[in-house]
Design a protein around this ligand. Structure first.
Ligand SMILES: NC(=O)c1ccc[n+]([C@@H]2O[C@H](COP(=O)([O-])OP(=O)(O)OC[C@H]3O[C@@H](n4cnc5c(N)ncnc54)[C@H](OP(=O)(O)O)[C@@H]3O)[C@@H](O)[C@H]2O)c1
Length: 332
């Protein structure tokens, strides 16, 4: 089969388009012909390498998969369209799971075939196209988990960082459908225009305005009910600063670094809460599918690249020149 293989850590140039052997069937696993695989920031972490995280080489990236089942099992039929819930129970102390195509032994969806535990297979909802369905298993699921855990109710104001990112764009779309008032952050005019079209109530260009000042002005100095923070070190201090009394900061990422200096006094004097979010459960993925159907919303897809052009897809994400999900077309 054709696959993008990495044999060492490094830049996009380590993504090598090659012919490799098909996966050898393992008991309790399902073989899928991959139709589409979305690109996530996790793919860049794994490609670059992270201190203390081991990747067995050669490795195939890709955690956001939609495809066609090669052989049926249980209630699933051969040829059925499916998506893959990406978390696998790892049994490693302090880490509840590993992610398919991530830092772990399971190869991912940057390949024509992938083998995953049968338990991770979910029927593809018929109201999404194959490309749309692959976009939901990671950023959308995480955004959904973060919004649910934020405890926000209709009418609450939320700050969502990085409108153009996978997680940020998903959070805007879902938060809008939940009836929240949305403040979001961009770094260029194009991003601002799209964020407004998606329904953000206030769009702050962080290259021109101070996010803290704008957010506090918009909320009459009260602050927001919650912040969706996937950016990490650079944004944590601001995220805490702009919370209202009793507000919640929900964090899932460290794009700008994993160690932040924050105003602890501001944090405790507001009786604020910091919540960590790691993906979401399989049940949440199913509830996300239903929510998006009920609210008639589709994921925001920035661009679709052929599998062989995975290097270009990674460069686009690293340049932050996307708005929404970047997707690889694999076996179509
Ligand atoms: N915990 C989990 O389960 C989970 C799940 C999914 C993702 N994540 C993590 O969440 C993060 C986002 O993932 P993604 O796939 O959505 O990434 P992505 O599409 O590559 O987006 C990165 C975002 O970071 C923003 N950003 C970068 N530097 C910034 C700064 N100094 N200030 C404000 N914003 C800044 C970018 O905004 P500009 O374009 O304006 O620079 C962009 O919106 C990653 O760290 C990823 O690993 C975690």
């Amino acid at each position: 089969m054709k696959a993008i293989v990495i044999r060492k850590h490094g830049g996009p140039e380590v993504l090598s388009y090659e012919e490799i052997s098909d996966p050898v069937p393992i008991k309790g696993h399902a073989l899928i012909r991959v139709d589409y695989c979305a690109v996530n920031h996790l793919d860049i972490w794994v490609r670059n390498g992270l201190a203390g995280k081991h990747v067995p080489f050669p490795h195939v990236l890709g955690c956001d998969i939609s495809g066609t089942l090669v052989k049926g099992f249980g209630k699933f039929k051969s040829g059925e369209k499916v998506v893959v819930y990406p978390a696998i129970q790892s049994g490693i102390p302090r880490v509840s799971f590993s992610i398919i195509g991530g830092f772990g032994k399971y190869h991912g969806g940057y390949a024509e075939m992938v083998q995953v535990p049968q338990n991770n297979i979910i029927k593809k909802p018929r109201w999404f196209s194959d490309a749309e369905a692959c976009a939901l298993n990671v950023s959308y699921l995480t955004a959904w988990n973060m919004l649910q855990r934020s405890g926000c109710k209709k009418g609450d104001t939320i700050l969502i960082w990085g409108a153009n990112s996978g997680v940020g764009s998903a959070a805007i779309l879902l938060a809008r459908a939940m009836g929240l008032r949305i403040i979001t952050v961009v770094s260029n005019e194009n991003g601002a225009t799209i964020a407004r079209k998606l329904g953000a109530h206030l769009v702050i260009d962080r290259t021109k305005s101070d996010v803290t000042v704008e957010t506090l002005n918009y909320t009459s100095q009260e602050g927001v009910a919650a912040v969706i923070d996937h950016v990490g070190a650079k944004t944590w201090p601001i995220s805490i600063e702009v919370l209202r009394t009793g507000g919640k900061m929900v964090a899932c990422g460290t794009t700008t670094g994993g160690e932040a200096t924050v105003n602890i006094r501001a944090f405790y004097s507001k009786e604020a809460t910091i919540i960590g979010a790691y993906l979401g459960t399989k049940a949440q993925l199913l509830s996300l599918h239903k929510f998006m159907k009920t609210k008639k919303i589709k994921p925001i897809i920035d661009s679709v690249f052929d599998l062989k052009d995975a290097q270009l897809a990674h460069q686009k994400m690293e340049n932050s020149s996307q708005f929404g999900k970047i997707i690889l077309k694999v076996s179509k």
